[in-house]
Design a protein around this ligand. Structure first.
Ligand code: CTP
Length: 401
């Protein structure tokens, strides 16, 4: 999304200014052209040289510091595809909200017409100050995107809101600016991860699902403007920003949540790897070896509800339902049978067990199967890309009915 885009990175004077260096690296890595504007106060915290070397561009630190042009700030403003200010201090927020232009960054911002992402970072009391909050409201009303600061211990030894979010989150929000908002006004329900079926309080039956594919789908849908609910089994990855996360353990808990939320959803994508069976008896206390006189132990299993099949049977005409089929062989036949049996609009066939595809990998090899018999085979690609291609197809089909 950011390739060949010109991004202006505004850096203000705050202890978090060092994080702007990592942000710059992330943005450069995906092929964007980055131009850095630093305030005088920013120069007290980080050096201009670092930004110049990493951005491969001159750094603007003052209105009159360019040998080439005295109107560089105007030129940069007009070239920009987006501006991100990180960290944004109370000072720049106040100036931008009130139309004050008295240094390079604030003057340039007067001339910017591209989208602006503001990442406030300051002491908690400053951040909560009514004037700062009022100014942030004004900027939001004026169309700027505000990334709320994180909470935690701050450099000033207080604890609360005011931490600059990590560079990868800022990068993510910047990418969102460039994503098509083709899921705006749509509610998307996604399930992800494995389920755990308790044998006793310390043991369970589960599978290798990492949740990466489902989380990538939820994240992509949120970036495209959707309102996303993510029902997730236990995973060790961070939840995507901006989604309503519902954590579950067992298949029966997942079924309750999916069925409870499905009526309010336009698109339902069931990526979770649900355990097909659970122990018939889940022991209240830990099973002890000493209680078992033999050297073998059998656990009787009973079938779990097929959540997708239940959702499929209740699905309304306006809803789009997609499932996943994880297979080790005969992908086409198994995927098509599952699509029909569970009343799906499409199924994503996923060969597991080959290098770079399946549960724990960051990439996936999938094939889309649609209700009308058409198919679309994708090469191996990142789960993020698979998620976007999947949404492309769903949106196209919803539009054409
Ligand atoms: N699924 C479900 N509930 C289950 C089992 C599966 O909702 N109890 C869903 C999965 O989330 C997935 C789809 O059904 O979207 C296919 O899951 P998969 O494990 O590939 O197939 P199964 O239907 O379980 O059949 P089998 O295990 O025999 O391949």
């Amino acid at each position: 999304m950011l390739k060949d885009k010109t991004i202006i990175l505004g850096v203000c004077g705050g202890i978090a200014a060092y994080k702007a260096i990592e942000l710059l690296r992330l943005v450069k890595k995906v092929g964007a052209n980055v131009k850095v504007v630093m305030t005088r106060a920013a120069l007290e915290f980080v050096g201009e040289t670092t930004f110049r070397v990493l951005s491969e561009n001159d750094v603007c630190t003052g209105l009159f510091d360019s040998k080439e042009s005295s109107v560089r700030h105007i030129q940069w403003a007009s070239e920009s595809d987006a501006v991100v200010i990180a960290p944004a201090t109370a000072n720049i927020i106040g100036k931008m909200a009130n139309g004050i232009a008295d240094d390079a960054l604030s003057t340039m911002m007067m001339a910017v017409t591209s989208p602006v992402l503001i990442c406030p970072s300051m002491n908690t009391y400053m951040y909560e100050n009514r004037a700062v909050q009022r100014n942030l409201d004004i900027l939001e009303q004026d169309g700027a995107f505000i990334l709320e600061p994180g909470t935690g211990e701050l450099a000033c030894k207080t604890s609360g809101a005011g931490r600059l979010p990590e560079p990868d989150l800022i990068f993510d929000r910047l990418v969102k600016i460039f994503c098509p908002k083709d899921l705006k006004d749509k509610k998307i329900l996604v399930s992800a991860g494995p389920t755990r079926e308790a044998i006793d309080p310390v043991r369970y039956i589960s599978n290798h699902s990492s949740g990466k594919m489902g989380y990538a789908v939820a994240e992509a849908a949120e970036k495209r403007g959707g309102s996303v609910t993510l029902v997730s089994g236990p995973v060790s990855i961070a939840p995507p920003f901006g989604v309503n996360l519902i954590q579950v353990n067992s298949a029966r808990q997942m079924a309750d949540e999916m069925l409870g939320h499905m009526d309010d959803s336009d698109i339902i994508i069931k990526v979770a790897a649900v355990a097909d069976y659970r122990p018939l008896v889940s022991y209240e206390n830990k099973i002890k070896k000493d209680d078992n006189p033999t050297d073998s132990l059998s656990i009787d299993l009973t079938e779990n509800p097929d959540i997708l099949k239940m959702v499929g049977s209740r699905k309304k005409k306006h809803q789009f339902l997609a499932g996943f089929a994880a297979e080790t062989q005969n992908l086409d036949a198994h995927a098509s049978t599952k699509m029909e049996k569970k009343n799906l609009d499409m199924i994503v066939g996923n060969i597991v067990g080959i290098k770079g595809s399946g549960f724990e990998a960051d990439t996936n090899k999938v094939k889309f199967f649609f209700k009308d018999g058409s198919t679309h085979d994708l090469p191996i690609m990142s789960k993020e890309h698979v998620a976007h291609r999947l949404l492309d197809h769903i949106i196209k089909r919803i539009k054409t009915g």
